[in-house]
Design a protein around this ligand. Structure first.
Ligand code: BG6
Ligand code: MG
Length: 215
């Protein structure tokens, strides 16, 4: 066993492919509004909270607050249509093995997701019980790229940031973790997460024992 180390995971795009569902839901809303929105536009939304995402979808159009609220609720309803179909088989490749190996090593696990749906997604995946701390879209005021969410999760794990590693697929998420003093593993292309300490395609490409921070 090793001494108190934490691994903190983003959810959407790291543990399961809900990043794709967020994209399709925003695209559906944008289409209804007559605003072009493609995968390239979507890159800027990755890891970004719901309200900021809507502002980016609207591309500078200003709407009254009640309309903003309605549009966010509509997008969330579209997104939640996808959630019903999520099962444990929707873990991304290697995730189940990675989490199990980390726990066997004695690493404590935390979740740091900007999503207000994070707990429901974990339930559908049947992995809620693996996490000692769950930070989501309700946990802090300032979401990624602010470091607050990861700092909050580390606090719940009772660990300082330099004893934790953050796993993220979003530029804003790596920015947040680095700002908080965490070691980082970027999941995805270098154009997005190349500023992480280490970059891989997915958790399938890693062994949990190879990610321990050098202390
Ligand atoms: C992040 C996703 O995890 O959560 C973003 O990467 C999403 O795409 C954000 O906008 C907020 O999610 P939700 O479920 O609260 O709308
Ligand atoms: Mg993500």
């Amino acid at each position: 066993m090793i001494d108190a180390i934490g691994y903190i995971f983003d959810l959407d795009g790291v543990i399961t492919d809900t990043a794709e569902y967020h994209f399709r839901s925003w695209q559906r809303l944008a289409q209804e509004l007559g605003i072009p929105f493609d995968r390239h536009d979507n890159e800027a939304l990755r890891g970004v909270p719901r309200r900021r995402s809507l502002e980016l979808v609207l591309k500078g159009r200003e709407l009254p607050e009640d309309e903003m609220q309605r549009l966010m609720a509509r997008k969330n309803a579209y997104y939640r249509e996808f959630l019903h179909d999520i099962t444990p088989s929707d873990l991304l490749p290697g995730v189940g093995e990675f989490l199990a190996e980390a726990r066997a090593l004695g690493v404590v696990l935390g979740l740091g997701s900007a999503s207000k749906n994070a707990r429901d997604v974990l339930q559908q995946l049947q992995i809620t019980g693996l996490f000692s701390a769950i930070g989501d879209g309700y946990s802090v005021v300032n979401q990624k790229p602010a470091p607050d969410l990861f700092v909050w999760v580390a606090g719940r794990l009772d660990l300082p940031p330099d004893r934790c590693v953050v796993f993220e697929d979003a530029q804003a998420g790596i920015d947040a973790a680095k700002a908080g003093g965490f070691r980082t593993v970027g999941i995805g292309p270098a154009e997005r997460v190349g500023h992480a300490d280490r970059v891989v395609d997915g958790l399938h490409a890693l062994k949990a024992r190879d990610c321990l921070p050098s202390l």
